[in-house]
Design a protein around this ligand. Sequence first.
Ligand SMILES: O=C(O)C1=C[C@@H](OP(=O)(O)O)[C@@H](O)[C@H](O)C1
Ligand SMILES: C=C(OP(=O)(O)O)C(=O)O
Length: 416
Amino acid sequence: MTLSYPGGPLTGHLRLTGSKSIANRALLIRALTPGGFEIDGLAAADDTVRLQQLLESDEEVLDCGPAGTTYRFLTGYLCRRRGTQILTGSARMKERPIGILVDALRSLGADIEYAEKEGYPPLRIGYSALDRSDRVSIAADTSSQYISSLLMLAPTLPTGLKLTLEGEIVSLPYIKMTLALMQHFGVHHHWEGQTIVINPQYYQARSFTVEADWSAASYYYSLAALAESADLKIDGLFAESLQGDAVVQQLYEEFGVTTTFTETGVRLQKAAGTPPPPLFEHNFVECPDIAQTLMGTCAGLGVQGLYSGLQTLFIKETDRVKAMKTELAKVGVSLYKIPPHMTEKTGVRYFAQEGRADFAGGTPRFATYHDHRMAMALAPLALLHPVEVEHPEVVNKSYPDFYRDLQTIGLTTKEA
Ligand SMILES: O=C(O)C1=C[C@@H](OP(=O)(O)O)[C@@H](O)[C@H](O)C1
Ligand SMILES: C=C(OP(=O)(O)O)C(=O)O
């Protein structure tokens, strides 16, 4: 698909898709709630639709496709569902590690076997009471999804759970999101140092509306930053959010994009003539899903990037740093790891980005690596020059209406 923009101020009004992360938690909690409840604004995201279908399915093989959150949440959930199921996924899912969660569940008494390769999906999961212990320690430095999976299950266990998080905690806002949603459905917790304590409790049925997706909003911030001037209205986003990615509001202030909350959502504005910053520096450990967006923005504006907290990106839908490095190189922008000896004293791994997207070679053709965020993070460059996106349908994973919404604000899409 070729994306382009006729030029001029970027304006428009749209209603943003619901948060996949919140929708998936609401679905899982609903499955654990006696009597269930209604969920409003369920994301149309493929990953959410899939979780909903799999929770209702009594087939022996459950296929999560590329949906990581879906896979990790179901791994915990299925341990306490009657019968034995094979939980599988796409070729990429079979490369995304699951051993940390499996070990934690096994220490509680779970009946889980690796169906192919040790440490990776697919899994054969049988029923167990999960009553061997009331406590478990888990490495928190790889994926918060393992922790969320255990937390949501915790109040339904015979003796509850004391879950100790070991080492650096990545994606902490997603853990807090899980706990906040559990709280909404009547389940209490408390922290004792690095340990989250959850006693046996019942989830309470409550009405629930899914917030719009701040990760998806990041692409509009990027578009606004790349536009000469912008005035966009995006409905469904609110100041009080459970999502860590709401931090895009602050991050894009550096690029001259301001956020005003209205009764129905936000208004993003950028005044003509706002100069970009010379350098953008950020640690993405709490907001990994918007790292690619910022890389795209910096590339378009020729802003130097200094990034840390990218250590979880290599086990997501693709190795995201590697993929961005390859794609940005097509427009002359370099992304590279700062040699460890130069930053040894800080104990932090940094990546640097340099260069301004150069379209002298014509329309770049961006590959998307089965990763929705590759397509969506590179799409805003279309404000500067037409760009071609391979396999544009990858966006369906979290945001099926992405291109329709881009059209609403004046971008043009042409099928290849
Ligand atoms: O719990 C969630 O909804 C998510 C947690 C994050 O994953 P990690 O905890 O693996 O970083 C994030 O990248 C993913 O898109 C959604
Ligand atoms: C990492 C993501 O998803 P998941 O881990 O659920 O596949 C994402 O949506 O960026």
